[in-house]
Design a protein around this ligand. Structure first.
Ligand code: FAD
Length: 479
């Protein structure tokens, strides 16, 4: 295939290195334009201050600068991609549009519409695997079935990788950069946040590193402690995890590079159990992407249909309990501190995502979809597949989920994973006078040291019994 000119459409792959669609376009075309579209069908639904929009905005500035360094240019548009992409392709007179796969049902529908519009105008649409190592049906069971349990999926994933390490090879851009279309003269300025109708969030104040350079900086820092990851990752007051999830979400890093680095460490005999466990987490990410691809009904419904028969709490009392959970005033310090971490920073530690999700579902009896939607609005790293997988895990309705009768006790979780109460004190300074024994269940403290803290919204032991009754329905055979 030799094309006169083509257009690369960046979406959740905001980088200019090891980029499949960009490299393929450069190899196939004499001239390559690049575009990013601020998608109004997504942006119009968001509050006017949104850390993710800030993150994208800063990351796009870096992509534009990097492309310019290479002699190219980033076209930036604001609108509905379904209209914008075919219109821009016509305006530039390109023969093809290149992009990387997106596995979310809405994104796939969008891409199909763009593809049809381009085809109708005699143009091609090429899309590639880029955001995962293995996608769709690439990892199947020995009998050709889709996995619904993680461990066998992971084993098959690792086996497939070991059989062909070439899937990790980088897709270099620089050697082909001379084919990037140069900037127009004068080059238009990038839109400001205000042009997009947004106000700055507290992203800069939080010092969350953005763009390709931010991802590289975080990864470099993480590599110095990856060997401790298997232990440190469970304690929210410890700098244990990588904090790279927002970068995985927006593709400011290359997953191939991440996996290559881990394998290199393992080959050199460094990284230990920490590197192996971290690799497992990257495989969880691909597992959930694969589940969403094969079972799109999980958006809005339980993976296991029997769980849709559960009757959740509704009405004013449930609404008030939900508001208490959202605002971090359930009276359970670890749950409240975690929700405040989410509200104030857009990040929540993985252990706490599990604890807060279980608390909402199994202590408050509230439909997991309400929690899922709240996380979707507030998480910087919100990813439909991982978020849905995490919530269905907690509600026991998903694949390889926690059995429904295993119910986290929010107090013992707190004692175990924030024993000293360090994380709790960071977000709930009104509890700072409580001892490390008292801080996990302040209502039991003999002294009234925290008068401005909330009483518990439910008693865990009673809630647990109600939940076991509520879940009885999943044991009934379908009518
Ligand atoms: C209820 C619930 C909701 C969640 N929602 C999201 C979400 O919207 N977006 C998201 O990226 N992760 C989600 N997770 C998974 C996990 O909590 C985050 O990926 C992790 O906390 C991000 O922090 P990190 O980058 O420091 O992770 P690290 O521990 O450094 O892990 C490295 C990377 O592996 C991936 N990963 C780690 N754990 C998981 C997991 N359990 N499932 C899927 N991928 C994983 C992420 O891409 C992460 O960045 C959710 C988990 C739960 C229980």
């Amino acid at each position: 295939m030799k094309l006169t000119s083509s257009l690369v459409w960046l979406r959740r792959d905001l980088r200019v290195f090891d980029h499949v669609a960009l490299q393929q376009a450069l190899l196939a075309s004499e001239k390559v334009y690049c575009v990013f579209i601020y998608d109004t069908t997504i942006l119009d639904t968001l509050p006017r201050r949104d850390r993710r929009v800030d993150f994208i905005h800063a990351s796009i500035a870096e992509v534009a600068a990097e492309l310019e360094q290479l002699g190219g240019h980033l076209i930036v548009r604001h609108g509905d991609p379904v209209e914008q992409i075919p219109a821009l392709a016509a305006e530039l007179g390109v023969q093809a549009v290149f992009c990387n796969h997106d596995y979310e049902p809405q994104a796939m529908a969008r891409d199909a519409t763009v593809d049809s519009a381009l085809q109708a105008a005699g143009r091609k649409f090429y899309s590639y695997k880029d955001q995962v190592i293995f996608e769709r049906s690439e990892v199947l069971s020995q009998t050709g079935g889709v996995f619904s349990v993680f461990t066998p999926y992971k084993n098959a994933w690792l086996k497939k990788l070991a059989a062909d390490l070439s899937v990790l090879a980088p897709y270099n851009i620089e050697p082909h950069a001379a084919r990037l279309a140069p900037p127009p003269s004068p080059a238009p300025a990038l839109p400001t946040l205000a042009d997009l109708g947004f106000e700055p969030s507290n992203l800069a104040e939080l010092k969350i590193p953005t763009g390709m350079s931010g991802a590289a900086q975080l990864f470099e820092d993480f590599l110095t402690r990856i060997s401790d990851y298997n232990v440190a990752r469970d304690f929210p007051s410890v700098k244990g995890p990588s904090y790279l999830s927002i970068h995985f979400r927006f593709g400011t890093l290359s997953v191939r590079h991440m996996v290559r680095t881990v394998l290199d460490l393992q080959e050199r005999g460094v990284g230990g159990e920490g590197a192996a466990v971290w690799l497992s987490e990257l495989i969880w990410r691909e597992f959930y992407a694969m589940i969403l691809y094969h079972h799109p009904h999980v958006v809005g419904a339980s993976f296991k249909p029997a769980y849709d028969a559960i009757e959740w709490e509704t009405g004013p009392e449930a609404d008030e309990a939900f508001a208490a959970w959202c605002e971090g005033r359930t009276g359970y310090p670890l749950v409240d501190a975690a929700m405040l971490q989410l509200n104030q920073t857009g990040y929540m530690h993985n252990r706490l995502r599990m604890v807060t999700a279980c608390f909402l579902i199994k202590d408050l009896g509230i439909d997991w979809r309400r929690g899922e939607a709240y996380f979707a609005l507030h998480l910087n790293d919100f990813d439909l597949a991982s978020n849905n997988g995490g919530w269905q895990w907690a509600s026991s309705s998903g694949c390889d989920a926690q059995p429904y009768f295993r119910i986290f006790n929010p107090v013992t979780q707190s004692e175990k994973f924030d024993g000293e109460g360090k994380f709790i004190r960071r977000y709930l300074p009104q509890l700072k006078e409580l001892s490390k024994k008292e801080i996990h269940a302040p209502w039991l403290a003999p002294r009234m040291l925290a008068p401005d803290y909330w009483p518990p919204v439910v008693m865990h032991d009673e809630a647990r019994k109600l939940t076991l009754e509520r879940y009885e329905v999943v044991k009934k055979p379908a009518a």
